[in-house]
Design a binder for this molecule. Structure first.
Ligand SMILES: Cc1ncc(C[n+]2csc(CCOP(=O)(O)OP(=O)(O)O)c2C)c(N)n1
Length: 311
């Protein structure tokens, strides 16, 4: 039930963000994760508060699933002083070090260079903390992918590399940017396990990551997990999405991770339809509260623009 609620939280947060963005209430760039919820939720359900994640430009789902505060996230998207980065970072720069969220990242593949560092730090401290590194199929062509996984492999670092293969790097289908169908095949080059999992099946993701976390905590090193999934929205909000047809989108919508898991819970007598509707209503209230908090919060003062700037 917790997995279901968490996926609904990600979906409803972002559905509201898409509405508010279309109304011009949210400035900047917004990349939505709608359709990919099972991957973040199934992964983060294995992590403790003191474990780390690195995130991407499509990071709302990762941050919420890892325990980020919805109100502070919404305020950040609104550019308000009460947001995670005092309104100066926006959607792509949400970080909460206390919750192990080492940062969403506008640099594609950026997290792949950060995660082994966090893994090495944990290893040197002698803790059993793990770091999970989220990235896309497009990012798996970056040098940081190869450097990061190679280092993690030779040093047996406790890092779980989770490739969210949503089939596209901006407008380019995977078949046009790679000659392989499975990014997980690249694990062979680094002598680590490579696992392909249905990224729209929250339990399948949970189980694959559970195994990788066990290996990592036991000092056996990293795992590369490829979650096959799909983003329902454009690359960014406002993207006219002319590079894919509606039939493809409809086919993936029919595999909605939330509806699918809801059905499973009902069939297994774990939940009733009424209980699932209650969860949705509770989440909607939580999202409304976050929007109210963001709207009522002050904007940062212009003279604060140069505070907290490091160079
Ligand atoms: C280093 C770098 N190169 C290029 C870009 C431009 N860019 C932004 S998103 C993106 C595609 C990312 O695709 P993928 O990693 O598959 O993630 P997805 O958007 O599909 O979640 C690119 C090339 C960037 N932000 N950073």
């Amino acid at each position: 039930m917790d997995l279901y609620r968490e996926m609904v939280r990600v979906r409803e947060f972002e559905t509201k963000v898409s509405e508010l963005f279309a109304q011009g209430k949210i400035p900047g760039f917004v990349h939505l994760y709608i359709g990919e919820e099972a991957t973040a939720v199934g992964t983060c359900a294995n992590l403790r508060d003191d474990d780390y994640i690195t995130s991407t430009h499509r990071g709302h789902g990762h941050c919420l699933a890892k325990g980020g505060d919805m109100k502070l996230m919404m305020a950040e998207l609104f550019g308000k002083k009460t947001g995670y980065c005092k309104g100066k970072g926006g959607s792509m720069h949400i970080a909460d070090v206390d919750m192990g969220i080492l940062g969403a990242n506008g640099i594609v593949g950026g997290g792949l260079a950060i995660a082994p560092g966090a893994g090495l730090a944990a290893k040197l401290r002698g803790t059993d903390q793990v770091t999970t590194c989220f990235f896309g199929d497009g990012a798996s062509n970056q040098t940081t992918f190869h450097e990061g996984i190679n280092l993690a492999s030779i040093w047996r670092l406790p890092v779980i590399f989770v490739c969210e293969n949503n089939e596209y790097g901006i407008s380019l289908h995977q078949s046009r940017h790679q000659r392989i169908a499975d990014v997980a095949d690249r694990a062979v080059a680094y002598g680590i396990p490579g696992v392909v999992v249905d990224g729209n099946d929250v339990m399948a993701v949970y189980e694959a990551v559970a195994e990788a976390v066990k290996r990592a905590r036991a000092g056996e090193g990293p795992t590369l997990i490829e979650a096959k999934t799909y983003r329902w929205r454009g690359h960014f909000e406002g993207d006219p999405t002319v590079y894919r047809d509606e039939k493809e989108v409809a086919e993936w919508k029919a595999r909605c991770p939330i509806e699918r898991f809801g059905k499973h819970l009902i069939e297994m007598d774990i939940a009733t339809e009424k209980e699932l509707n209650t969860i949705k209503a509770e989440v909607d209230a939580e999202v409304e509260e976050a929007v109210r908090f963001a709207q009522e919060s002050p904007l940062p003062a212009p003279e604060e623009a140069l505070e907290d700037v490091y160079a």
